[in-house]
Design a protein around this ligand. Structure first.
Ligand SMILES: *Cc1c(COP(=O)(O)O)cnc(C)c1O
Length: 223
């Protein structure tokens, strides 16, 4: 058995207590999640709707599931009844669908706006200008079943701490910009989700409020 509990505690000890840890359990068996759950952890991240559905059905109901993968609009209805946060909103279309499905099940779903700041094409999310447009358009203000809680991003996968730091700072500055413009009076717009296994200590120095850590807790994923 992989030492999930020990790893989890080590990660927690290295994080400031105000930072939310999302344990990224994608591709790992439910036993690993149970191990972390037994150690008191409740917040887990998954990236595929089918896998999340199965784990949600089999595991304790007080787990808070964060969806962190690319989300197709036709899959929103399946996770809307139970997901705690959707971290990967990258279009107004997706936001509309979340609003619609959340309304159907009479919930308010927390979401993050996913930003593409890294130069890698493989990374998803909106450019800063696309995100500015989404907010300036204002349609989101009419949506009462979503709550925009902040921003999310992934840094470039490079061996260059300074570059990673710059990308995190770009995200934090962007957060401040939109906070001042649209959410100054909204205390719930408070989250900056960045930092993964390879860069979460840098993220923590760059004002991250939420880190998403898989490999360091659960070991390498078997795809
Ligand atoms: C897989 C994944 C993570 C976790 O990555 P690790 O390097 O295993 O910590 C974090 N965020 C997102 C969006 C992911 O897809």
């Amino acid at each position: 058995m992989y030492p999930v509990k020990e790893n989890l505690l080590k990660v927690k000890q290295s994080l400031h207590e105000s930072i939310e840890l999302v344990a990224v359990s994608k591709f790992h068996p439910k036993e690993y999640i149970e191990e972390a759950y037994a150690a008191g952890h409740r917040v887990f991240g998954e990236s595929r709707e089918q896998e999340l559905k199965q784990k949600h059905q089999e595991l304790p109901q007080d787990i808070k599931w964060h969806f962190i993968g690319h989300l197709q609009t036709n899959k929103v209805k399946y996770i809307a009844p139970y997901v705690t946060m959707i971290e990967t909103v990258d279009s107004i279309r997706l936001l509309r669908e979340i609003e619609k499905q959340a309304a159907k099940v009479e919930r308010v779903i927390d979401v993050l706006l996913e930003l593409h700041i890294a130069d890698e094409e493989t990374k998803s999310g909106m450019s800063l200008d696309e995100c500015r447009e989404l907010l300036a358009d204002g349609e989101w203000k009419t949506m009462s079943h979503i709550r925009i809680r902040g921003i999310m991003m992934m840094a470039s996968n490079v061996d260059n701490d300074e570059k990673i730091r710059q990308e995190f700072i770009t995200a934090a500055d962007f957060f401040d910009e939109v906070k001042a413009k649209y959410f100054a009076d909204d205390d719930s717009f408070s989250e900056r989700s960045y930092g993964m296994s390879g860069d979460y200590l840098i993220a923590q120095e760059c004002r991250s409020t939420m880190v998403r850590i898989g490999t360091t807790i659960f070991g390498p994923r078997v795809y």
